[in-house]
Write a protein that binds this ligand. Structure first.
Ligand SMILES: [Zn+2]
Ligand SMILES: [Zn+2]
Ligand SMILES: [Zn+2]
Ligand SMILES: [Zn+2]
Length: 146
């Protein structure tokens, strides 16, 4: 409970950074707790930090942060194309008749597929059929086990 409270405050008093290699643990004092892996980390092991967001330099956490930024750009591009009446995929045609159940973008039949997608419900993952665009399908690997 105390640890959670400190994490919420954005400061971990007196804790050591938990990043670094297996044989070269970082000795710096931690300044933040990673929002993805939950480990405290120091200034040197900070990948991204703004407001309530704090991400450490672990490769899995960097991948999540990078994916989030790229995904936002993707959604904005899809929304712009949809507003013009076009399929969300660059260079594709008009009349997108299908909606991706994850990003809510509209796509043509070629750019969306019915798949068994692993939805998280609390602590369990349930596979349900869903219409998913390629971008949403690809990013599930990055977020699996998040
Ligand atoms: Zn992390
Ligand atoms: Zn460190
Ligand atoms: Zn999608
Ligand atoms: Zn299309």
């Amino acid at each position: 409970m105390a640890l959670i409270h400190r994490a919420v405050m954005g400061m971990i008093v007196g804790q050591r950074c938990r990043l670094g290699g297996r044989f070269s643990k970082c000795a710096e004092l931690a300044e933040e707790t990673c929002q993805y892996c939950g480990r405290p980390f120091c200034a040197r092991h900070t990948y991204y930090r703004e407001g309530h967001e704090a991400v450490c330099t672990a490769s899995r956490c960097r991948a999540k942060r990078d994916d989030l930024v790229a995904y936002q750009a993707y959604r904005a591009a899809v929304a712009a194309r949809n507003r013009a009446g076009l399929c969300g995929i660059d260079g594709c045609g008009p009349h997108p008749a299908h909606e991706c159940s994850l990003c809510r973008g509209h796509f043509c039949g070629d750019h969306i597929r019915e798949r068994m997608y692993p939805f998280r419900q609390g602590w369990v993952t349930i596979e349900r059929p869903a219409s998913v665009c390629a971008r949403c399908w690809d990013r599930r690997k990055i977020w699996r086990g998040a």
